[in-house]
Write a protein that binds this ligand. Structure first.
Ligand code: FA5
Length: 366
């Protein structure tokens, strides 16, 4: 028994003296390993008398458990100490910059819409909305294109299957060919004064450098008692100059035909040809030819359209205009091909897109 007590004292001293995990493991192997000292003593039990074996066996088992527990707690203490040491000495440089993040960009058409909301919002216009899937009545008939009217052919239309729950022209569904249908829906539900703009996708069976099957339009509608062509000219001239940011941008009104306005006009803005074949918006310098480019259709809302929407044309009149947003965006930002707007090429977007954090300023329209 005194051997066991001596061994316990020795091993306890060795365990307490072990100051790293390796030396502690060496003590463990020397005590409890296959050839360890406690293991060796265990092996002598077989040679003892039953009584001696019982008392020595119990003492050895107790010693084994105590030594194992001591090693465990020393190990925990050493690990804790090692961690405290690492925490005290290791540092992390948190000033290192992160890997560059890819930043998205606002599509030029979205940018244009925001700019237009800013400009027209400052003039008191509110945004109206209407559906992409229209019926023949809202897209054509109510806008004074009676069935069979040749002007319907001007807008190559995508027709959809008829809706059996509706009748006549309202059953004939189509993808709207222009945002003028939103005028109709708005006037059906509101009495003048009406001062709205609307944006949206429009669809025609067209495809080349300046035409795509889906494009965006903006529509403007102002109806009140005394609205005249002079208001239309003033509003349009102010708007194009603010949008293109050219104070003396030449604006020209040319007579034109749209069934839903009378009189109707197309609006051109002035530009000059650059020597490299490109164009520059603005007034031609003395001696250079002033060129003109059409940007939108406009006119005084036809009395038949007002009647179709339940508004008295004897009491009210007003103007409307509609513009292709991609064309306006191409002109403003020098984008040469309309088709690229819808190719979803992120390189194109990185080049022509806008910073999502720098939105048009509501106060200045910039
Ligand atoms: C109209 O759509 C009339 N609703 C505009 C209007 C509204 C006139 C109110 C009078 C009063 P138009 O078919 O010309 O008009 O189209 C207007 C603009 O849409 C064009 O000037 C052009 O910029 C654009 N546009 C027409 N077709 C396409 C196309 N396939 N791809 C891209 N832009 C197009």
């Amino acid at each position: 028994m005194s051997d066991i007590t001596t061994l316990k004292t020795e091993l306890t001293t060795q365990i307490e003296a072990a100051n790293d995990l390796q030396s502690l493991d060496d003590v463990r192997v020397s005590a409890l390993g296959k050839k360890g000292r406690i293991t060796a003593l265990m092996k002598t039990l077989g040679t003892m008398s039953p009584e001696e074996r019982q008392t020595t066996g119990q003492a050895l088992n107790a010693l084994k458990d105590e030594i194992a527990a001591l090693i465990k707690s020393q190990e925990a203490a050493l690990k804790k100490q090692a961690l405290a040491q690492r925490l005290a000495t290791e540092t992390q440089d948190i000033t290192l910059s992160t890997r560059p993040q890819r930043q998205g960009a606002v599509h030029p058409v979205s940018q244009t819409m925001e700019e237009l909301v800013t400009i027209f919002g400052a003039m008191g216009f509110k945004v109206a909305q209407g559906p992409d899937i229209e019926d023949d009545w809202h897209n054509f008939t109510a806008l004074n294109f009676p069935p069979g009217h040749p002007a319907r052919e001007m807008q190559d239309t995508f027709f959809l299957p008829e809706d059996p729950s509706e009748e006549g022209e309202r059953a004939k569904k189509l993808l709207r060919t222009h945002t003028s249908s939103v005028q109709i829906r708005h006037m059906q539900n509101h009495q003048p004064p009406i001062k709205t703009i609307c944006f949206g996708r429009t669809y025609r069976s067209d495809y080349d450098m300046t035409h795509t099957p889906m494009f965006h339009q903006m529509e403007c509608l102002y109806i009140d008692r005394d609205v005249t062509m002079a208001h239309l000219k003033g509003c349009l001239s102010d708007f194009v100059r603010a949008f293109f940011k050219i104070d003396d941008l030449p604006v020209r009104f040319r007579p034109s035909f749209f069934p839903f306005v009378e009189p109707g006009a197309e609006v051109d803005i002035g530009y000059v040809k650059k020597p490299d074949g490109g164009i520059k918006l603005g007034k031609a310098p003395e001696g250079e030819e002033q060129k003109w480019m059409e940007i939108l259709g406009a006119g005084m809302v036809h009395p038949n359209v007002l009647k179709n929407c339940g508004i008295d044309p004897e009491a009210y009149q007003g103007f409307a205009f509609g513009m292709g947003l991609e064309r306006a965006t191409m002109l403003k930002y020098g984008i040469p091909d309309l088709r690229t707007f819808f190719e979803c090429d992120t390189r194109w977007l990185a080049h022509y897109g806008f910073d999502p954090l720098q939105r048009p300023n509501a106060a200045t329209g910039q």
